[in-house]
Design a protein. Structure first.
Length: 271
């Protein structure tokens, strides 16, 4: 008898909710496909527009999340879930989740701040959170950079937006600094003239402002020159390495010595 009642109840539930459940599943599948098509279309429209590259992945991800949330709520309504009660439960759950995921929400807010104030953009070379690299993508919660040795670094936007950061791509020009030493007893004026000549021979070094060369330190084993020159930002490392190599090759030919630390040991023999 109990078995018959249970079967009757199951049949009744199936008849009442079966079509709704099947319809909800169909809507969920079709809706998921439509959302993929829409987000892909939005991405193509963004690519054709002159929108900032930094905004594209952020907006695309945000639109996708909103559409999926709307689809989920619609499917629950089709099944017969009371939306008023559901919204109240959702609000309470949202508060609890928000407290648990405070760091994630901070990253979201950081991403919004980065896109609004634009301290950097895709393609910039930055130094942030202890990492040097080129900005590859600005996402909703993270920023992805590629290091000079081709490592992918994912940095949370929360910390990135609230801490100091150096952007090497903002300015067109950068100053290159060298410390070049000669041995005690070498001709200081000659060394200065050789360094100046090497700088003048490199077309990447700007003539205005003029290259700065001065004795900066009388160190333990060397007389050190401070050399400062201005170049285009993309030429920074090429010029830095080139002058180091040219100084090493040229100083020997000019009779100038590049010193290295030395220690004199005196041995006293007691009679």
């Amino acid at each position: 008898m109990n078995t018959e009642k249970i079967l009757d109840q199951l049949i009744q539930v199936g008849v009442e909710y079966g079509p709704k459940l099947i319809g909800a599943i169909v809507v969920l599948i079709i809706g998921g496909w439509v959302i993929k098509v829409l987000t892909r279309s939005i991405g193509k429209l963004m690519d054709k527009s002159k929108m900032d590259e930094s905004l594209k992945p952020f907006l695309k991800g945000l639109v996708g999340m909103l559409l999926k949330a709307l689809l989920f709520i619609s499917v629950l309504g089709m099944v017969g879930v009371e939306m008023t009660s559901f919204i109240a439960i959702l609000a309470a759950a949202g508060l609890a989740i928000g407290m648990a995921l405070s760091g994630t929400l901070q990253n979201f807010a950081g991403g919004v701040m980065i896109l609004i104030f634009k301290p950097f953009k895709i393609g910039d070379f930055i130094d942030a959170q202890g990492y040097l690299g080129v900005v590859k993508e600005i996402q909703i919660f993270n920023t992805i950079i590629t290091t000079p040795d081709n490592k992918t670094i994912i940095i949370p936007n929360g910390g990135l937006s609230n801490s100091s950061m150096t952007n090497y791509s903002t300015e067109e020009k950068r100053r290159v600094d060298w410390t070049i030493g000669i041995a005690y007893g070498d001709d200081v004026d000659k060394a200065r003239a050789v360094i100046k000549r090497l700088c003048d021979e490199d077309s990447r070094i700007h003539k205005d402002p003029e290259v700065f060369i001065a004795v900066s330190e009388l160190a333990d084993s060397s007389v050190n020159f401070a050399v400062r020159a201005w170049v285009k930002a993309p030429d920074y490392w090429g010029v830095f390495f080139a002058l180091n190599e040219n100084v090493y090759k040229t100083f020997g030919k000019e009779g100038l010595n590049i010193p290295f630390p030395q220690m004199d040991v005196h041995v006293h023999k007691n009679n």
